[in-house]
Design a protein around this ligand. Structure first.
Ligand code: NAD
Length: 308
């Protein structure tokens, strides 16, 4: 039976690891937060006392961490430059390494390079689909790495996702992912300002959403993640913008997309504006709230007062 080490059990990692347990794999988990480990051992996962402890002897290592610095230091050792003791130093020769975090392509390429020096396959496999997709096992995985690494990764990722793409070589998954998230941020801001303009003119946001969903403005945020409170059930906007995808993480992704644009001299005016709006929103104390809370940047004071 395939044994998987799963490291990073936050909003996304915990439900993803739970799906591996449900699929019958042997899953050894680690997170810096003990309660996160407990939530998985309650479901049948095995606990490890360190990341290296989880990874040693595993067939597959999966990480789901906040940012590039966490991924570099975990795989390569504390220095992040390959000199310390990292996961690549403790795993067996044929262990497959998969990082599902959203990070800069350069960090993914660096880890892949050090892994290759030890004859290890490293696949960057950032995800799309949010916490709901993670819980339902319907995530989209966007992979970068060798053909062989991708084929192996597909087997285990299929327990957590519905769509698994090979975008190209190491780092390509990360590039495709930040292109997607830059577009998502633009759609979320545009949907928010459109809904609020309708409300300002007396429209019911539920009716307006139904109209736009099947008209030319239709998009994922209207279909799955409406930012206006009480239009849709079971989305963060109807739950005080709790859970979901944090504003701080969207700010991180938009920073990554702007860095990528600079590297390639690409023109991304909408992405730049969306980043500014999200940075401003985070600075106003919204960093830990769901990214659809950007809607509140457009609501009028009366509306906010009535809510509270
Ligand atoms: P999160 O902050 O909820 O979880 C990260 C987890 O990693 C935390 O539990 C933290 O304790 C753990 N961690 C950090 N450093 C560690 C270490 N050295 N060893 C072990 N555990 C460590 O974040 P999240 O929302 O789960 O997102 C994870 C990644 O997935 C991010 O890169 C994010 O951009 C991406 N992502 C998130 C969503 C979403 O909807 N939340 C969607 C797509 C992609």
């Amino acid at each position: 039976m395939t044994s998987v080490a799963f490291i990073g059990l936050g909003h996304m990692g915990a439900p993803m690891a739970a799906n591996l347990v449900k699929a019958g794999l042997t899953v050894r988990v680690f997170d810096l937060v003990p309660e996160a480990i407990k939530s998985l051992t309650d479901l049948g996962a095995l606990a490890a006392s360190s990341a290296c402890g989880a990874a040693a002897g595993a067939d597959v290592v999966i990480t789901m961490l906040p940012a590039g610095k966490h991924v570099r230091s975990l795989y390569l050792g504390e220095s992040g430059g390959g000199e310390g003791k990292g996961l690549i130093d403790v795993v067996a020769r044929d262990t497959l390494l998969i990082d599902c975090s959203t990070i800069d392509a350069q960090s993914a390429q660096l880890v892949a390079k050090f892994a290759a020096e030890k004859e290890l396959e490293f696949v960057d496999a950032p995800v799309s689909g949010g916490t709901a997709g993670a819980a339902a096992g319907t995530l989209t995985f966007i992979c970068g790495g060798s053909d062989g690494g991708f084929e192996q990764a597909k087997n285990v990722l299929s327990n957590m996702g519905a769509n698994i793409f090979h975008a190209g070589d190491a780092g390509a998954g990360q590039v495709a992912k930040i292109c997607n998230n830059m577009l998502l941020s633009v759609l979320m801001v545009g949907t928010s300002e459109s809904l609020q303009m309708g409300i300002d003119h007396g429209l019911d946001p539920k009716v307006l959403s139904e109209i736009m969903k099947v008209s030319s403005g239709g998009n994922w945020t209207l279909d799955k993640y409406n930012p206006c409170p009480d239009v849709m059930e079971s989305v963060p906007s109807s739950n005080g913008y709790q859970g979901g995808f944090m504003v701080d993480l969207m700010v991180k992704d938009l920073g990554l997309s702007q860095e990528a644009a600079l590297l390639s001299n690409s023109s991304t005016p909408m992405g730049a504006l969306a980043r500014s709006l999200y940075v401003n929103h985070a600075r106003q104390g919204n960093g830990a709230r769901d990214f659809s809370s950007i809607f509140e940047q457009f609501t009028n004071l009366k509306q906010v007062k009535n809510k509270g």
